[in-house]
Every structure is written in C-alpha cells, then in structure tokens.
Design a protein. Structure first.
Length: 310
C-alpha cells in the first residue's frame, strides 16, 4: 500500500486547524487504497496551534508534529517536513484551505498512471489579491523568468504531490536561504501542472504582508540569478563612458569658445543622480554578500523544541 505524507506548515492557525483537519479526513476516508501520514509543523506559533495539534494526535495515530523553538519561517517548516516524512509520495498543504485537500485524489491518480514525478498546482487568479498586488506579482514572475537560469512558472504554488526520489533530491540542497519554488525547479524531474482558482482563506489572516512578499521576491532573485550583479557592472561602465565623453566635450568647448561650464543646479542634480546609481549598485552587491554571510556561518535551518515522540 502506498503512503502519502501530508506536510502542513502552521503559524498561529488555531482558527483554521479544526476546519483543515475535517477536510483532510474526508480525503483520507475516501482514499482507502493508500495510507496517510499528517505532519504538522508548528513554526513557533504564539496561539493554541500546538495544543490543538496535540489534541488531534491523541486520537489519530497518523498524525505527527514538529514544534520549532521559535519562528523560522515557512521555508524552514517545509524543509523540516520533508526531512521527517516517510511516505512514498509527499505533498505540501496550507492549513488555511487555499490548497484544497480534495485535489490530492486527482493528483495521486495522475502521478501513478502517467509518466511524471511531480503533479504541481498553479493559479491564474487569487481572490484575496487586489489589482495592485496582482500587477506586482505578474511583474515579479516575468522578471525572475528572464533573470533566472531555471524555469519559474507564473502562479506556481507550493501545493504539489512528489515522488520520494524528488524529495530526496530536494533534501540534498541544504542551503540556509531557501526558496522552495526555485529549489523544485532546480532539481528538475517531469512535472505536470494543473491550474485552479485559489479560494479565500477559511479563517484567520494571511501572514504575508506586501513588504514580506517583496523581500521574499528579492531573496528569490538573489538566490537564483547573478544578473543583477552584471547589471551593476554594466551601469558602472556605461556611466564611466558617459563621464569620459562629457569631459572631452567640456575641454573642447572651453578651448574653442573659452566658456567655462556654468550652472551649479544642474551639477548638483547630476551628482545626486550618480550617487543614487552608486548606492543602488552597492546595495545589489551588499545583498549578495549578506546571503553569502548567512550561508558560510552554517547555522541550522531550524531548531526543534518538541515532537510527538516526546
């Protein structure tokens, strides 16, 4: 009998957990041909999330849980779940039910009957995203697709069903600064994409603010492309050439017309502009250096405070 591991990262999800557990049990009861393992990752929640999961585990032998010593982020939670899971097939689910558990049955049928290693979900619409956020999201995917050497599918979700071989490959990548969508693309394997419309959260609020998403996007670009560094070099060389041409022009005009350069306002504007360019390029270099700094320290991706084994 095949075994499916369901990895569920949780951070302050006490309102969503009972609803999620009810829905995933519907799937488990329907798919009698497979066994299930539910792994809840408590990412340092400050509410009753862990207590609710413990309550589930008392009556359900299929439930496992990992509680972090503090909030390490969703990427760390995903990695921990992948390390702890024991299933033949592994899926990632958001506890807010924006990833409908009922799709697991369809995904399992595809992965066991077709020549694919991953069945992944993507979306063309998101009910909770406003016009501005959708615009920036589309811009981000277009940008990273051009900058990155690996394929970044627009609208890709973390929700996917993977074979054990894929998970083993992902676990080989032990980098501290993680971007799961990029990692899944990097390891490759045959992937079939299904499109669906993401429903609204069943309870609670999203933990992803616009600023967090923006920072996450920057991390993704830095982690999977060195093009920004090349752009910084190109901009530096370009402005050096412009400055050289300007100097030659000024010297020639002064020798011919004897007219010194005037206009301090324009000079100040130029200085501010060039200073901004310099700071921009320095910032790009600094971002890459900071990521290198966190990687070389070799700190653990997460720290476990408690599991169901204790």
């Amino acid at each position: 009998m095949d075994k499916i591991s369901v990895i569920v990262p949780c951070y302050n999800e006490e309102e969503s957990l009972p609803l999620f557990y009810k829905e995933i049990n519907k799937v488990i009861n329907k798919m009698k041909e497979v066994s299930f393992e539910l792994i809840f990752i408590d990412d340092g929640s400050k509410d009753k999330t862990l207590n609710i999961v413990k309550g589930f585990s008392k009556d359900d032998s299929n439930i496992r849980y990992i509680s972090f010593s503090r909030n390490f982020g969703k990427e760390a939670a995903i990695y921990a779940g992948l390390e702890y899971c024991t299933g033949d097939y592994i899926t990632l689910l958001d506890v807010d039910l924006q990833d409908p558990p009922k799709l697991i049955e369809k995904m399992y049928k595809i992965i066991t009957t077709e020549d694919v290693d991953i069945v992944a979900l993507k979306t063309d619409a998101h009910k909770e995203y406003g016009i501005v956020r959708r615009f920036f999201t589309n811009c981000y995917y277009k940008l990273i697709s051009k900058l990155s050497k690996v394929e970044m599918v627009p609208g890709a979700r973390d929700f996917r069903l993977m074979k054990r071989q894929v998970v083993n490959a992902v676990l080989e990548l032990k980098e501290y600064n993680r971007y799961s969508k990029g990692i899944f693309s990097f390891v490759g394997f045959k992937t079939k994409w299904l499109t669906y419309e993401v429903p609204k959260r069943v309870a609670g609020n999203s933990k992803w603010s616009f600023f967090k998403l923006f920072t996450y996007a920057i991390d993704a670009i830095i982690g999977y492309s060195t093009v920004p560094l090349t752009i910084a070099v190109f901009v530096g060389v370009l402005f050096c050439l412009i400055a050289l041409i300007a100097i030659i022009f000024i010297v020639i005009r002064t020798l011919i017309f004897g007219d010194p350069v005037a206009g301090w306002p324009s000079l100040v504007c130029i200085m501010f502009f060039l200073s901004g360019i310099q700071l921009f390029c320095t910032g790009i270099s600094g971002a890459y250096i900071s990521k290198t700094y966190t990687e070389v320290k070799g700190r653990p991706i997460y720290i476990v405070r408690e599991t169901e084994k204790k």
